[in-house]
Design a protein. Sequence first.
Length: 265
Amino acid sequence: MMLKVNNLNFSYKGYKKSKGSHKVFSGFSLEFAKGFNVILGPNGAGKSTLIKAIFGLLDYEGEIFYGQESLTAMCTEDKIKLMSYLPQMDVDLSTLTVLEMVILGRLPELSHKVSDEDLDIVMDTLRSLNIEHLAPRNFSELSGGQKKLVFIAQTLVRNPKVLLLDEPVNSLDLQKQLELCQLLQRVVAEQNVDLIVVLHDINLAARYAQHIVVVDGKGSLYSAGEPREVITAAMLQEVYGVIANITYDEQGVPIIAPVCSVRGI
């Protein structure tokens, strides 16, 4: 067990400009394993809410642990040293270059000036993402996919122990999606970083995740485990409302081929 969520309760207040609230989680508990974790589930299941709670951005009830340490009781400064969080975002306006944007990710380590070590870490990270050539470019000139890679680089240069990524492959073409997931695999293996990633693409999750958590449309844990255990025809039908065929490649990785919505039957 790497990270544990225990009896999580959370509601959004004033939901949709009303006086009521929208309950997302009630008595929700689960465990994440060490390595590459992916959270799957339909729209509105609470996937983004869950990683916001883990990072401490929400006022929830319950307790979240990293190993034996309580993240709930941990001060913000210590949380930021332990974890990096990349939300879904799109920033169009910035006068900074890509190099300057990524250096900002080193802020907790920077002193009065940027050191050679800081620059080496930044450039090594840009090289690993195949965007070293973008270093002198103005961030605002980049495509949406390139901006996403810059944000990921900014997250990685902090050398966190846990990375929380919310839909990191959005805006990326297929090649970049595969390259990013391969990079994340290397980060886990070579830098001893644990990942919790929200994905919509079930095939990407099946190929790259070591541990998958499935949250259903009611904010409850449906299942958790290795991809072959979790990705089943029954899960796809009951959680996603989709009829699908599942085959396996020569490495035993599930391949999902959707057929139709259950509403189309």
